[in-house]
Write a protein that binds this ligand. Structure first.
Ligand code: UDX
Length: 440
């Protein structure tokens, strides 16, 4: 039997990565997006976002002829045996719930064209119950009837490690209603992806819940250590040492225990909120009230970072020149969705500081969401003449700054390390007033 032909609907971080990686594994792949400009850029070998390694892989795969892009649902339906849905499920403006309009649009756009047997595999992070609802919708709309089946196959990739996570996932989760669907997914993943990778085969509800449970756990882990940072600040303890010490317990583990400015991005914040909203609808809201606290602890870190800058400047940032290093929500990404760094920069500017931001990749996105922000092209430009430096996204370039050299660019040696990622002794040794979150 020939290999299934694959389509990927939605070419954002998730979809584009999945499409390119599937082509790299030898499949014929058609990526689809309603955004014509995005499709044209991808087809020309240009990635619409920054993701290490994916840019070259895209160009390579286009050259093989196995990877193509389109804006047509009819073409997708005609071409594919397995259709992956990778569109976004952002937070609804002003609400906690996820906005399902893109997922719904994909199913409504694709299903009427499905005239031959195929599997639709949802990858997006969705409120539990969505897969069940979409399966009904497919049954209603697809001319192929029961031969067009739906399943849920959540994706766990991290930005910055998207290719690695896609090709070498920790686990695969198949939410299926038939053996045929399971077999098709096994066939797709019987590539190097599946070798030695645990496969969890389960029902729709569990498959959808695994994803939000995993992200809720990660968010909780970060907020736990940030809560400890708050206590360390009050008691004069050191949260980094504390994290090292508790992390040696294999049941706890050191990963995701980095205290600092907290989590942001297009996933963790909105996923915990959407999960609370959905649990509430299901009558299980009480089970997740702790996530409210996880969210609150996380947001408090932003205020605390602003306060540290104020403390260093004698109580106010009004008129002060503030260098903000980092705008992306984390290093190796140009994503500024719910970026803690950008939130801090915005808050300082609103309080009358002259903020100058530099991020190696995210300046353009930062300007787009916050047009009045001044972004510059280098760390040196941001730092020169600053009254205080805020280190908010731990790019390698910032971690490697030489405190002695940086001291020659400023009059006042004030630095807030929002990520606990700089060498305290080196900075203090060079005469800096160094403040961080959760360290004395
Ligand atoms: C996350 C999940 O890790 C991934 O599995 C899921 O599929 C999508 O959401 P991502 O949003 O790319 O991935 O970023 P992640 O690496 O998880 O970091 C999230 C945020 O937490 C970042 O803002 C990061 O700076 C912060 N973080 C992470 C901490 O503050 N401390 C840590 O110890 C780890």
């Amino acid at each position: 039997m020939s290999a299934p032909r694959i389509t990927v609907l939605g070419t954002g971080y998730l979809g584009a990565t999945h499409a390119v990686c599937m082509a790299a594994l030898g499949f014929e792949v058609l990526g689809m997006d309603v955004d014509k400009a995005k499709v044209e850029a991808l087809a020309a070998g240009q990635l619409p976002f920054y993701e290490p390694g994916l840019d070259t892989l895209l160009v390579e795969q286009l050259a093989t002829g196995r990877l193509r892009f389109t804006t047509s649902y009819a073409e997708v339906a005609e071409f594919g045996d397995v259709h992956f849905i990778g569109v976004g499920t952002p937070q609804k403006p002003g609400e906690n719930a996820a906005d399902m309009r893109y997922v719904d649009a994909v199913v409504d756009g694709l299903a009427p064209h499905l005239t031959r047997p195929c599997l639709i595999a949802g990858k997006s992070t969705v409120p539990v119950g969505t897969a069940e609802r979409l399966a009904d919708r497919v049954a209603e709309l697809a001319p192929a009837g029961a031969d067009a089946e739906l399943c849920w196959n959540p994706e766990f990739l991290r930005e910055g490690f998207a290719v690695e996570d896609t090709l070498h996932p920790d686990r695969l989760v198949f939410g299926v209603r038939s053996e045929k669907a399971e077999q098709t997914l096994r066939e797709v993943y019987a590539t190097p992806i599946g070798e030695g990778t645990p496969v969890v085969v389960t029902d729709f509800a569990t498959a959808q819940l695994v994803k939000v449970a995993a992200n809720s756990f990660l968010a909780t882990k970060i907020s736990f250590i940030n809560a400890m940072a708050e206590v360390c600040e009050a008691a004069g303890g050191n949260v980094v040492t504390l994290a090292d010490a508790i992390g040696y317990d294999a049941r706890i583990g050191r990963r995701f225990l980095n205290a600092g400015l907290g989590f942001g991005g297009g996933c963790l914040p909105k996923d915990i909120r959407a999960f609370m909203a959905r649990a509430g609808e299901l009558g299980a809201g009480e089970a997740l009230t702790f996530l409210q606290e996880v969210d609150a602890i996380n947001m408090r870190r932003r205020t605390r970072t602003v306060d540290l800058a104020k403390e260093l400047l004698g109580g106010t940032v009004l008129g002060a020149r503030v260098a903000v290093l980092g705008a992306a929500f984390k290093p190796d990404s140009d994503d500024v969705r719910d970026s803690p760094a950008l939130a801090v920069a915005a808050s300082l500017q609103l309080q009358g500081a002259q903020v100058v931001v530099y991020d190696p990749e995210a300046n353009a996105n930062a300007k787009r969401v916050f047009p009045t922000l001044r972004c510059v092209d280098s760390a040196t430009e941001a730092i020169t003449g600053a009254d205080v430096i805020l280190h908010l996204t731990e790019w390698k370039e910032f971690r490697e700054l030489d405190p002695v050299q940086v001291a020659t660019m400023v009059e006042q040696r004030n630095i807030v390390d929002g990520r606990n990622a700089l060498d305290v002794d080196a900075w203090r040794g060079a005469g800096w007033h160094y403040r961080s979150l959760g360290r004395p």
